[in-house]
Design a protein around this ligand. Sequence first.
Ligand code: HEM
Length: 598
Amino acid sequence: LCVLLSLRRRTPGEPPLENGWLPFLGLALQFGVNPLEFLRKRQRQHGDIFTCRIAGKYIHFITDPFSYSAVARRGRHLDWNKFAYELSSKLFGHHSMDPDAGYTTENLHQTFLRTLQGEGLVGMSESMLENMQSVMLRDSDRSKPVLGAEQESPPEMARQRRCRADSAMQPSCAEDATHLLSNPNCVNLIKSDSRGQADRDNVDTPAYKNKGESVSSSSDIQITQHRSAQTDALIRPPQSKPSPLLGHQGLPTAWQQNGLYLFCYSIMFEASFMTMFGKELHQQNSPREHRANINSMQKNFKTFDSFFPALVAGLPIKLFYWAHSAREKLAKELKQEKLYERHNMSALIALRIHLNDTLSRMDDMGKARTHLALLWASLANTLPAAFWSLFYLLRSPEAMQAARKEIKEVVGDCQWKAGELLKFSEEQLNRLVILESVIKEAMRLSSASMNVRVVKEDFELSLDSNRGYRVRKGDDIALYPQLLHYDPDIFHDPLKFKHDRFLGDNGQEKTNFYKNGRKLKYYYMPFGSGITMCPGRFFAMIEMKQFLLLVMSLYDMELLDSEEVPPTLDQARVGLGILQPATDVPFRYRIKPTSRSV
Ligand code: HEM
């Protein structure tokens, strides 16, 4: 009776309301089984907006894509941060990153904008390309040493020793950012004032093509990620002393079998981790130890990540021994004292270390957990997105042929010459529009994110239909883009993979999509929308193009079953972004004859 009495009643002017019968959970279980069908059914019943009680929250779902702009316009009444801050603290166990909570004055959003666009993005992209190749070439023959572990040129070794000495003399970056400044692999922090107001209107800056603009305009901090002498040495090893890896003749030629998801996961995990957090500065770890360490992190990441649906639903992590243990192990690896031992880290992490040390009151583990949150953000969607893109390419000969033709025209033969890694320019990557369409289409089919805003005060939300609905302070407003990604009015035959769906008649990116004859502003949202849109989206597109380019160049690959139907989407992760495949897909691969002399 108490439960019934505590349930909300719909008052005049409010959207249609469904409470559900379960205490606290409300409609959570029905929603969780198949959110798309759950929402479609209610859309048919109630129309463009309705309210559901889910896990203790009242959520107003907006189902009409023309009304998404109405939500975007109501920034003053909606808190886009609260949800993300609360969720992150709950999942990763750090204190709130909301400056109002008093644990830090860092403006996180500004940190992301400053480092994931412009020069920071260029540095990350270059680093990712090298790291992916080092992992792929090393993994092609596990007897070989890890690229980067044993290839310091003498002057570089001297510089690294100096850098180590510097860091030994400086107990904390809080006292001075010289440690980072002295390490040209990291960043130049010229002046920082992290409380600067974020330029929220910049979030829609077109990808990579406009890099730099939004960062430098109002920014009082400049960040540059330099290519290190060592990095250069990796790409152009001294002719007199061929590297142990590059210049090696005769990579294995036999077919190897693997699960496609596992294959993508391992490469992307290791390469992304090194790109974000750098490589070990002290080279005391043998390649075998490096591998063991990465494997253990990957295992812990997978374990922790597999508990995400339960944790997001509000269950405390202490209930899950394995999740808690995996999270703590990962966080320990990311403690700042350990990160000081790494070099060539991304501008993002270098800046975050500095700001953690100067502006945060969190303890060492708290700071480490904020890094873990970023590790998760950088991987959780990219890993399955890389899988789906490669899967659909392998499954569709037409797509593969079109992508190969484009690659040949834009990048050329993509063959490794002894002693050199492949490099792709920004301009070349931008011109790979077919590959981009493949990736976008793969993400359209597999994305199930939910964009949530918290209502800051009671107000009336006017939808596109011009009808207004009253919403209450503390409620959530949610957009569920899968409704639009699977809408047959917008995407003809929506369950079908069409590699050229995002290509216009002129062979360029297609941006005009219609519903009921009206052009849509919001038609594609795997990266979210508006001010909360993923700040890593430019990097994500670049790294996925690089990944596909490299695997298609290095390997012959085929699915074991050429009629393989796409694996079902793991619905447990609905709301979190790109869904993982419920089962892995067996495939086989071998080094291409043309790449065997790498
Ligand atoms: C947030 C998607 C890759 C960093 C988000 C959000 C989505 C998303 C949907 C939430 C947006 C919202 O709340 O409206 C994706 C997808 C990716 C991807 C689909 C790859 C396929 C990356 C990468 C990075 C990154 C590679 C970093 C290198 C972040 C961060 C946030 C975020 C830091 C939180 C932003 C904030 O709270 O202000 N991402 N993401 N993401 N993403 Fe990504």
